[in-house]
Design a protein around this ligand. Structure first.
Ligand code: SF4
Length: 251
């Protein structure tokens, strides 16, 4: 992949900075937050927030099943970008214990309902906690990532969470993401160099082969149109099979 900062990318970087600074200006400190997945897109946003909009805080969801490489990157990000707050949210121990007791430690492989249930306990409920009392959140979603994301805007209203949602990289290509990372020496997950373009929990992520869709390694045993974890409720896949977190919590 050639890595060049083209004039088109310069314009996109300027637009992304403008979106971030607008988000920063529109909301009091602490009311707008970046959901940092530590993926390639999100390290770009981390770098831009640190350089241009450092009143915006960020959080990482540690599901308890993340790859070691992702945890190493988290440590590096916290050291490199010490001017921004990086909070870490964990699932409730009682929720995980109850889910595992009922469904097994790897029960998520058995059905889509159980997979979404595991995501509900380990991701969605902590996300709700991270977004409570916020007015807006920022994500690294891009339109070309998957069939479930091709209509997202730079700013939209997130009906599921009832707050504003900014997607400042909506129009970036994968090539542009990597051009920015390389040109700015941004720390990134070493799994990306081992054919993992999209990285989630270790048991639900695999390397992809040449020619496969970039999200083909996420929940690869499921239909592509249902492969969302529910963190982004407006996407068609998430709407098709909505998850009620309460169904999976201790009774
Ligand atoms: S990605 Fe897999 S391990 Fe992680 S929360 Fe979802 S089902 Fe569970």
């Amino acid at each position: 992949m050639s890595e060049q900062i083209t004039p088109e990318l310069v314009a996109k970087i300027a637009n992304t900075v403008a979106v971030l600074q607008q988000a920063e200006a529109d909301h009091d400190q602490g009311k707008v937050v970046f959901a940092n997945s530590l993926g390639a897109e999100d390290v770009v946003i981390t770098d831009l927030i640190s350089k241009h909009a450092d009143k915006i805080g960020m959080f990482v969801l540690d599901t308890g099943r993340l790859p070691e490489e992702t945890l190493q990157l988290l440590t590096e990000v916290q050291k490199t970008y010490s001017n921004v707050a990086v909070d870490v949210y964990y699932p409730e121990a009682a929720d995980v214990e109850s889910f595992v007791k009922e469904n097994g430690v790897n029960g998520f492989y058995e059905s889509q309902a159980l997979r979404k249930g595991c995501c509900a306990v380990r991701k969605i409920k902590p996300l709700k906690r991270a977004l409570s009392d916020r007015e807006a959140w920022i994500t690294g979603l891009r339109r070309e990532q998957s069939v479930t994301r091709d209509e997202i805007g730079f700013k939209e209203f997130d009906e599921g969470n009832q707050i504003e949602k900014y997607n400042p990289l909506a129009d970036w290509t994968e090539k542009e993401v990597w051009a920015y990372i390389k040109a700015n020496d941004v720390p990134y997950n070493e799994l990306h160099d081992k054919h993992y373009p999209s990285i989630g929990c270790a048991p639900c992520t695999r390397a992809i082969s040449a020619g496969e869709d970039v999200r083909a390694g996420r929940w690869w045993w499921e239909n592509p149109e249902t492969r969302e974890c529910g963190l982004h409720p407006g996407t068609p896949a998430a709407e098709a099979t909505p998850v009620n977190v309460m169904d999976f919590l201790p009774k």
